[in-house]
Design a protein around this ligand. Structure first.
Ligand code: NAD
Length: 290
């Protein structure tokens, strides 16, 4: 790939801290090589303190764009020229596109999740879903699902710091979209049972199930699952969480977070290049086919 780099090659960044563990540089560069796109994608350790200078640098260097991850997803919004309606609702951005000096903020996490459902033949549009969690990933999913036409979303979160923020987001979604969103305390097991029973799809958007909580499930009472329920997990490491394992044992269709991860990257590539990602090729090259 390095042989293809010349004076016309454009730079895409990833601004986050810590970030050296990220799979995105590998995935993105595989696609640019395969499609012969003259871009190179590099990860930069950018703390919140360094973010304003990094954005100035992005403008000065004429970078084509940048991905943004923690701790910068919310903070970055104030340094951009335009935000998509999804970013306005979520209050967080994971993708910047630099179009002739105009920086637009997008959020592709929810787009990636919704696309992964579509690609798996799961149609939640016009239906009800239950969403466990109200952090970054779950919020992006709730907003995109509402914008895409999901009819009703029941969000469950424990009464931690995320809860009041989730209340605000739920109110915003109810005001700005046709979707009806309700927030519940995760400890309210009666409400949880009722909402899941009425849902077509149940998603785990909490970090319960991955390290250091690997082996744990956000739902332990398997009688909450019904066989018509589609059960998804944002987690992709491990591939099959305890949550998915329990759901599968009750006859539910299950889907892990690999598709969400790959399709959110594909959505970024579409924004930066206008091109579709050859996802099967990426899966094979990244070793995600097992
Ligand atoms: P976050 O820190 O923003 O949110 C964490 C969420 O988990 C909150 O809702 C919090 O209340 C909940 N939570 C944490 N510990 C809990 C516990 N013990 N019991 C109940 N709830 C608990 O994190 P995030 O960025 O939203 O990530 C959440 C999960 O989604 C992670 O596992 C992450 O790996 C995964 N994720 C996957 C993708 C993907 O592309 N597949 C993208 C982003 C995040």
């Amino acid at each position: 790939m390095r042989e293809n780099i010349d004076g016309h090659t454009l730079l895409i960044g990833l601004m986050a801290y810590p970030i050296r563990h990220s799979l995105s540089p590998k995935m993105q560069n595989i696609v640019y090589s395969k499609l012969n796109i003259p871009y190179v994608y590099l990860a930069f350790e950018v703390t919140a303190e360094k973010l304003p200078d990094a954005i100035k640098g992005m403008r000065a260097l004429g970078m084509r764009g940048s991905a943004v991850s923690m701790p910068n997803k919310q903070l970055v919004c104030r340094y951009l020229d335009k935000l998509t309606p999804a970013v306005e609702l979520i209050g967080a951005c994971n993708t910047i596109s630099n179009d002739d000096g105009v920086l637009t903020g997008y959020n592709t996490d929810g787009m990636g999740y919704m696309r992964s459902l579509k690609e798996a033949g799961i149609d939640v549009i016009g239906k009800k879903m239950t969403l466990l969690g109200a952090g970054g990933a779950a919020t992006a999913i709730a907003v995109q699902a509402a914008l895409d036409g999901v009819k009703e979303i029941a969000i469950f979160n424990k009464k931690d710091d995320f809860y009041p923020k989730a209340q605000e987001i739920a109110e915003r979604i109810n005001q700005k979209t046709n979707c009806k969103v309700k927030l519940f305390d995760l400890d309210d097991s009666q409400a949880l049972r009722r909402e899941i029973a009425e849902s077509y799809l149940l998603n785990n958007g909490t970090s319960v199930g991955m390290k250091p909580l690997e082996g744990q499930s956000i739902i332990t009472d398997t009688s909450m699952f019904h066989s018509n329920l589609v059960v998804t997990d944002c987690i992709y490491m491990p591939r099959k969480t305890k949550f998915l394992e329990l759901a599968e044992s009750q006859g539910c269709r299950i889907l892990n977070g690999i598709g969400m991860m790959l399709w959110q990257g594909a959505a970024q590539i579409k924004i930066w290049t206008g091109q579709e990602t050859p996802i099967d090729y990426v899966k094979e090259k990244m070793g995600f086919n097992d």
